[in-house]
Design a protein. Structure first.
Length: 431
């Protein structure tokens, strides 16, 4: 009852600052949402991925010793109640999409506060509440079948893991050539994206190489079309990761996605809720999914392998004649991606131990032991976030292809992709 009274009290205070229920201001709800997200971010360093809104909206008080979860949840509930009072009768498609997304973002914010405060959800419950998506389930037999296909394609003798490791070592980028290879991949990815998106003249990012992270790459968007991109060099980086990361973190991935949202929604429309990016929210499924799908948008069909043969393989000192076989193996390996989701689900639902999760990753994703343990650190830190990479990619791909953005229609695919990146969307809106 105390919690309900708190919610009602906060709602009354919020309503006192609003016009009548017929003219509830979306912009005022958005402002309160942004301030709430920023306050919560004081208690979890991963919670706010980016902020480029008004400086005066940042918290001005010191954080408490413990997260005031009841207060944050009550404020989220009050804002959700206000969104129900918005008179959307005159809204167009875009304004309705804005309202729907804000509701889903608020639900995710509320849920993440509960998780920070100690509440547990099943993997599937958490994924739905945070990312607006229902992760598929695949049994072990499914992955065993895919592993058999990879087994048949790998050269040499020994176990699958041994042969995959021996084969892949030929494609490691030497550390002294890492920056040259990445810069070449980034330059090409930017050129291709700019041809279709007409990027802002001032856009740019700083690239750093770092260590001791649970991820392989990260984009810290700074606002005004500027980003800081970090690449983790804890483990060997394989040649295919140059284009993967150049596109995913940069062009047409996170860097471009954030720049388009800022340009089209924050600056052009004044929708300030898009000036803050709570990481554990539906926005992330679109962000990660579009960043991964953007790789094949920028480098469709044979264009990727041809560019790598002609440019990246020679720069890295890797034999280009082995590229075709390498990508045949990688295509088979990529079909096992969802095995990582199953490892995370079983581990986070406490069905298996950390060691068992790492063993699963070694078997089905063919990770080296140290790399597998690093991935379990990612599960600890980001939990069900793992679904955003593969499920997000597949949902984005299906949506764009359904709209006519197929491989044989590359210009239309770029066009639909840009619209997707520039407007409010969540997983359920892609159905």
């Amino acid at each position: 009852m105390k919690k309900n009274i708190s919610t009602i009290f906060i709602l009354i205070n919020l309503m006192a600052c609003q016009p009548t229920s017929q003219t509830i201001s979306m912009d005022k709800i958005a402002e309160d949402y942004v301030k709430l997200v920023l306050e919560i971010g004081q208690y979890n360093s991963d919670f706010v991925d980016a902020y480029y809104g008004p400086e005066e909206w940042k918290p001005k008080t010191e954080k408490a010793n413990e997260i005031p979860s009841d207060d944050f949840i009550a404020r989220a509930d009050a804002l959700l109640s206000l969104t129900d009072e918005v008179n959307s009768g005159s809204f167009g498609t875009l304004e309705n999409a804005r309202l729907t997304m804000l509701k889903k973002q608020l639900l995710a914010v509320r849920t993440k506060v509960e998780i920070i405060a100690g509440k547990t959800f099943s993997f599937d419950e958490e994924a739905l509440l945070l990312y607006d998506a229902r992760p598929p389930h695949n049994d072990q037999a499914y992955f065993d079948g895919l592993l058999n296909d990879l087994d048949a394609a790998l050269p040499g003798t020994g176990t699958i893991a041994e042969r995959y490791s021996a084969f892949s070592k030929q494609f490691i980028i030497p550390k002294d050539k890492l920056d040259e290879v990445f810069q070449a991949a980034i330059t090409e990815a930017r050129k291709r994206t700019d041809q279709h998106f007409n990027l802002p003249e001032n856009e740019n990012f700083v690239l750093e190489y770092v260590n001791d992270k649970s991820w392989s790459g990260y984009n810290y968007y700074q606002g005004k079309s500027q980003s800081l991109i970090q690449i983790n060099t804890d483990f060997p980086i394989y040649i295919e990761r140059a284009i993967d990361l150049a596109c995913h973190e940069g062009y047409p991935g996170h860097h471009v996605f954030n720049a388009l949202l800022e340009q089209n929604l924050v600056d052009a429309k004044g929708w300030k809720e898009f000036s803050v990016y709570p990481l554990f929210s539906p926005q992330s499924l679109i962000a990660e999914g579009s960043a991964n799908y953007g790789i094949q948008v920028a480098f469709p069909g044979e264009e990727r392998i041809n560019f790598e043969k002609e440019v990246l393989f020679p720069l890295a000192g890797i034999d280009p004649s082995k590229a075709d076989q390498h990508y045949t193996i990688q295509e088979l390996r990529s079909k096992l991606d969802y095995a990582g989701n199953e490892a995370a689900r079983k581990y986070l639902d406490k069905e298996i131990s950390r060691e068992e999760a790492a063993a699963w990753l070694e078997k089905y994703l063919l990770y080296e032991p140290d790399r597998a343990l690093q991935r379990t650190r990612f599960f600890d830190q980001y939990r069900s976030y793992v679904i955003n990479y593969n499920l997000g990619r597949d949902l984005v791909a299906a949506y764009i292809e359904k709209q006519g953005g197929t491989v044989d229609q590359p210009e239309k695919r770029w066009e639909i992709f840009k619209v997707l990146l520039s407007n409010p969307n969540t997983a359920s809106s892609l159905k």
